[in-house]
Design a protein around this ligand. Structure first.
Ligand code: CUK
Ligand code: CUA
Length: 866
C-alpha cells in the first residue's frame, strides 16, 4: 500500500477506535498481528464498521430465494435488519399463523391448492419518474407464478396475485417508470389453459408471454381485472426491463430457447441443455406495452383465457407492437440505460455483452426495415443494424448495473464463469477494471443502479457459491454477498456476508433517506387493510361474545397482562381471539399463542389481529405473550379451558390451607402500602425532572411519558378498591389490590426511567472529541464497575470529583495513574474502609487520563441531569 493510503488509514483507524494516534499504533499493531490483518483489511473495516446505534446509507431488499421471503439489510454495514414473510409462513411475525396473514397467503392459492413456499427472484421498488419513490416493493415467485406486493410503510406483504395463464415466471417484477404497470415474463413455455397437451404439440399449443399487471401506486395494489398478457412464442422468455425516457412505453424481454427444443433424454434424444443452446442467437422481444394496454381494453382484441385477457400474437403484430431482434446465444440480463437510449444484453454462453441502440431500433421499426419473420409471423429486426457495439467481457456475463457516471458509459457486469465484476464503458464497449469475487456471481446490486438516478458508491456481488469463505457448517454452504467499493479508480472488495436463507438472485438498494416507515399503527388497525380492524378493542371494552358455537374473545394486550385471563368454551366450539396491542411506546411488541392449537401472532403497538381455531381438544391450554416485553412478561398469560358439555365433571376436594392470622395480614398490608409510598416518591422525582426539562418538546420521550402516565392513571381506581376492602376488614383483598397498584407503579417507573434517560441524552451538552475518548477509556478501563454517575454505589459518585480536592485535576490525574502511591493518604484510607474496596491501577496512559478528565468536566457541566 502506498504511504498516502497508509497514513489515511491510520487516521481513519485512530478516529475509528476513538483513541490517540500514539496509543492506537501500539494497540492496533497488536490486534493486527494477533488476527493477521493487513492495512488494506483495516481500511475495509473502517469503510464498513458501523458503531453501535449507527445507521446505514442504503437499505437493500434481497430476494430470499427458495425461502420465499425477502431479506432486508444495510449498506455499508451489511447488517441484516429483517426477513419479511412473503410466500412462506414465518413464525416470528405470525406470518401464516393468524387469520389475517393466512388470508394473504390464501390469495396465493393456485387452482385451489395452498402453496407454502416460493422461489423468489426479482424484487423491484416502485418508481416515480423512473426513480425509486420508496413506497412499494414487489417480488416474483418463479416456481408458482405469482407476484407479491409489500408495503414499505410497515414492511409487510399486503397482496399476492397468481398469474392466470403462466406455469412458471421469471422476468419480473419490473416496474414501468411511473409504476403504472409491472412486467412479468413467463419462463418455461407451457399451455395457457390448464389442460393436457402432448409435448409433441409444443410449437402449436405451448406459449410464452409477458403479463402486464396494472398497478395502482396510490393504494399499492395490483389490479388483476385491468391487467393483460401479451402472447409470445414458446421461446422461454427470461429477464425483462421496462424502457424509460427515450424508450418509455416499450418493454424488453430476453429468451433462451428460440430452438423450441423440448428434450427427451429418456427417449435417447439429446438433453434440453444441448438442444436449447444450438442456435448462435436467441431473440430479444421488443414490445409496446403502452399501445397494447390500450388495445387490450377492447374485447375484440383479446382472447379470454382462465378469465384473463390475452392479446394474441397476430393482434400485437398487426398493430406494430411486437418485434424480435437476434441476440447472442442464451442471453440472461437485459438492462436499459438510465436515459433509455441503450439496452445492454448479456450473452451467458457468449463472452460478449451487446449494446443495442434504441434510436436504431426505433428507426428500423418506423421504416419497417425487417430482416425477416419468425414462424409465428413476428417481424425480426436486423441485429447488426440495431446494435451500437459489442464488448468482449469474459466468460458467462449475466447481469448489469449502472454507475454514477453512466452518462460517460459507466456500467458493471457480473461474470458467472469467471467469478468477476467487470467495470466497463457501454458507450465505447471498452473494459476498464475487474474485481474477482468468491464465487460464481449471479446478479450484482448497485445503489439505485437500475433507476434513472444511479448513486454509485458500492456494488454488491450476489455469489452462488461460498466454498472456502466461511467456517464449515456441513455440505450446504451459505451463499455470499460481497460488498465492493466502486468509488476509487480500482474497485476494492470490502466485506463478505454469508446469507443463510436461500439463493438470493437479485437485490435492489435504495437510499435509506427515501424510506419513511411508520413507528406504530394507529390504534386498532389491521395491518393488511390499513383500516380499522373489526376486532378493535380498547381498554374497558374487553368481552367474550358467543354466537351459536363460535366464541369471539375481544381482548387487549398491554404490559403485562392479557385481558381477559380466562376463556372457557365447549369442545367443538370455534374460537376467535381478537387482540389489540394498546401500547404506544415504540418497539413494545407482544406476541400471542395458545398451547397446542398451532396459532401465533405478532402484535406491534396499535395493531389488532384475529386468531381463529377450532377447540377440538378437551383440556386446559395456557395462552401467553411470546415477546419478553417487561419484567412481568412471564406473568402475561391466561387460560383457555375447553370442557366437554356431554361430560359430568366431579369437583375436586378443596385443599385446607393454613391461614394467616389477622396480625400477620395487617403486617403484610402495612408493608406493601409502605413500598408503594416509597415507589411513588421515585416516580414523583422522575416526573418532576421530566416536567422541569420540558419532555413534551421531544416526541419520542413524550410518547414514553404518555405511556407511563397511562399506567399511573390506573392507580386511583385500584386504590379505591383497596381502601374499601380494608374498611370492610377484607385484608386479603386489600393486599391484592395494593399489589396491583405496585404493578402499575413498576410499569410506570420502568417506562418513566427510560424516558428520563432519553431526555438526559437529548439535553446534555455535546461531548468534545476528547471527552468522548475519555468516556471510551472510562468504559474500557471498567471504571463503571464501581462508579455510577450521579450515585454513590460500590465507589464514590464522580459528579463533582474535580471540585472535591485542592488542585482537583492534578489530584485526580495522579490518583488514576498511581493509586498505590496514595493508599496511605488519610482521606483515601477512610474511603477505602467505607467502601471496603481499593481503587486499582488500570494501567492507563497519561493521554487517556487527560481524556477522562475532559469527560469528568463534561459530567460536571451536566451535573443537574444526573
Ligand atoms: S436470475 Cu438468478 S442469477 Cu432469476 Cu435474475 Cu440471474
Ligand atoms: Cu407481552 Cu410479553
Amino acid at each position: 500500500m502506498n504511504s498516502m493510503v497508509k497514513r489515511l488509514s491510520m487516521v481513519a483507524i485512530g478516529a475509528l477506535v476513538g483513541v490517540s494516534m500514539a496509543s492506537a499504533e501500539t494497540e492496533l499493531d497488536k490486534v493486527m498481528k494477533e488476527r493477521g490483518l493487513t492495512q488494506q483489511d483495516l481500511l475495509a473495516a473502517a469503510k464498513t464498521y458501523t458503531p453501535s446505534g449507527g445507521r446505514d446509507k442504503y437499505i437493500v431488499f434481497s430476494s430470499g430465494g427458495q425461502s420465499g421471503q425477502i431479506m432486508v439489510y444495510g449498506v455499508p454495514s451489511m447488517r441484516i435488519l429483517k426477513y419479511i414473510g412473503v410466500f412462506t409462513p414465518e413464525p416470528w411475525q405470525g406470518w401464516g399463523y393468524d387469520d389475517d396473514t393466512k388470508a394473504i397467503l390464501a390469495e396465493g392459492k393456485i387452482r385451489g391448492k395452498q402453496i407454502t413456499w416460493g422461489d423468489t427472484h426479482h424484487p423491484a421498488i416502485s418508481e416515480t419518474d423512473g426513480k425509486y419513490d420508496g413506497k412499494w416493493l414487489v417480488i416474483n415467485d418463479k416456481a408458482n407464478p405469482r407476484l407479491a406486493v409489500i408495503d414499505l410503510k410497515d414492511f409487510v406483504t399486503k397482496q399476492i396475485v397468481v398469474n392466470p395463464v403462466f406455469k412458471s415466471d421469471h422476468g419480473g417484477a419490473f416496474f414501468t417508470p411511473n409504476s403504472e404497470y409491472i412486467l412479468e415474463a413467463c419462463q418455461y413455455g407451457a399451455p395457457f389453459d390448464n389442460n393436457y397437451h402432448p409435448i409433441e404439440e409444443y410449437k402449436e399449443t405451448y406459449r410464452g408471454g409477458v403479463t402486464v399487471w396494472k398497478f395502482d401506486p396510490k393504494i399499492g395494489r395490483i389490479q388483476p381485472d385491468k391487467s393483460f398478457t401479451i402472447e409470445m412464442p414458446p421461446y422461454m422468455q427470461d429477464l425483462s426491463d421496462a424502457g424509460k425516457e427515450a424508450s418509455y412505453g416499450w418493454g424488453f424481454t430476453n429468451s433462451f430457447n428460440s430452438e423450441m427444443y423440448t428434450g427427451g433424454i429418456e427417449k435417447g434424444l439429446p438433453p434440453m441443455e444441448a438442444g436449447m443452446s444450438r442456435n448462435d442467437t436467441d431473440f430479444l422481444h421488443v414490445y409496446n406495452w403502452k399501445k397494447l394496454a390500450e388495445l387490450a381494453k377492447d374485447d375484440k382484441n383479446v382472447k379470454i383465457i382462465n378469465g384473463h385477457r390475452v392479446v394474441p400474437i397476430d393482434v400485437a403484430v398487426k398493430n406494430d407492437a411486437l418485434f424480435l431482434i437476434p441476440e447472442p446465444k442464451s442471453p440472461h440480463g437485459v438492462d436499459v440505460s438510465p436515459d433509455g437510449k441503450y439496452i445492454v444484453v448479456c450473452g451467458k454462453l457468449d463472452t460478449h455483452a451487446t449494446v443495442y441502440s434504441w434510436d436504431k431500433i426505433k428507426k428500423a421499426i418506423d421504416n419497417k426495415d425487417y430482416a425477416g419473420k419468425d414462424p409465428y409471423g413476428i417481424p425480426i429486426l436486423d441485429m447488426k443494424k440495431t446494435a451500437h457495439c459489442q464488448a468482449e467481457l469474459g466468460l458467462g456475463p449475466l447481469h448489469n448495473q449502472y454507475g454514477k457516471n453512466w452518462k460517460n458509459g459507466e456500467i458493471y457486469t457480473s461474470l458467472y464463469v469467471d467469478s468477476q465484476v467487470v467495470r466497463w464503458d457501454y458507450l465505447k464497449c471498452k473494459v476498464v477494471d475487474r474485481q474477482n469475487v468468491n464465487y460464481n456471481i449471479g446478479h450484482l446490486c448497485g445503489m439505485e443502479g437500475k433507476t434513472e438516478d444511479p448513486q454509485g458508491d458500492y456494488i454488491i456481488a450476489l455469489n452462488k457459491l461460498a466454498i472456502d469463505r466461511f467456517n464449515e457448517i456441513g455440505p450446504l454452504h451459505p451463499q455470499n454477498h460481497q460488498l465492493i467499493d466502486i468509488r476509487g479508480k480500482k474497485m476494492q472488495l470490502l466485506y463478505d456476508m454469508p446469507v443463510p436463507l436461500g439463493e438470493p438472485h437479485q437485490a435492489v438498494a435504495i437510499r435509506a433517506s427515501k424510506l419513511k416507515p411508520e413507528v406504530r399503527y394507529k390504534m386498532g388497525t389491521s395491518a393488511f387493510t390499513g383500516k380499522t380492524h373489526i376486532g378493535k378493542t380498547l381498554a374497558g371494552q374487553e368481552r367474550i361474545v358467543r354466537k351459536g358455537n363460535h366464541v369471539y374473545v375481544y381482548g387487549t394486550m398491554v404490559r403485562s397482562h392479557i385481558n381477559p385471563e380466562h376463556v372457557t368454551v365447549n369442545l367443538g366450539d370455534t374460537v376467535t381471539f381478537y387482540l389489540t396491542n394498546l401500547e404506544r411506546a415504540e418497539d413494545e411488541t407482544h406476541g400471542f399463542t395458545v398451547d397446542l392449537y398451532n396459532v401465533h401472532t405478532s402484535l406491534e403497538p396499535g395493531k389488532t389481529v384475529a386468531v381463529t381455531f377450532k377447540a377440538d381438544k378437551e383440556g386446559v391450554f395456557p395462552y401467553y405473550c411470546t415477546e419478553f416485553c417487561s419484567a412481568l412478561h412471564l406473568e402475561m398469560m391466561g387460560y383457555l379451558l375447553v370442557k366437554d358439555p356431554n361430560k359430568k365433571y366431579v369437583s375436586a376436594h378443596k385443599l385446607k390451607m393454613a391461614k394467616m392470622s389477622k396480625e400477620e395480614l395487617e403486617k403484610e398490608y402495612k408493608k406493601i402500602v409502605a413500598t408503594n409510598a416509597a415507589t411513588d416518591k421515585v416516580i414523583q422525582s422522575v416526573v418532576k425532572f421530566l416536567k422541569e426539562n420540558h419532555y413534551e418538546k421531544y416526541p419520542v420521550v413524550a410518547n414514553l411519558v404518555k405511556d407511563a402516565l397511562d399506567q399511573y392513571g390506573k392507580i386511583p381506581e385500584q386504590k379505591k378498591k383497596a381502601d374499601e376492602a380494608y374498611k370492610k376488614g377484607d385484608l386479603e383483598k386489600a393486599i391484592l389490590f395494593e399489589n396491583m397498584i405496585w404493578q402499575y407503579m413498576v410499569k410506570t417507573a420502568d417506562v418513566g426511567i427510560r424516558a428520563r434517560d432519553l431526555l438526559v441524552k437529548k439535553l446534555a451538552t455535546p461531548m468534545s472529541p476528547a471527552a468522548k475518548r475519555g468516556y471510551e477509556a472510562y468504559l474500557e478501563g471498567g471504571c463503571n464497575g464501581c462508579h455510577v454517575i450521579g450515585k454513590v454505589s460500590s465507589g464514590p459518585d464522580l459528579v463533582g470529583v474535580l471540585q472535591r480536592h485542592e488542585n482537583g485535576e492534578k489530584w485526580v490525574k495522579e490518583w488514576i495513574l498511581h493509586p498505590e502511591k496514595m493508599y496511605d493518604n488519610p482521606y483515601i484510607k477512610s474511603m477505602t474502609n467505607y467502601f471496603n474496596l481499593r481503587m486499582p491501577n488500570q494501567g492507563m496512559t497519561e493521554k487517556q487520563v487527560d481524556d477522562i478528565i475532559e469527560y469528568l468536566k463534561w459530567i460536571d457541566k451536566n451535573a443537574n441531569l444526573f
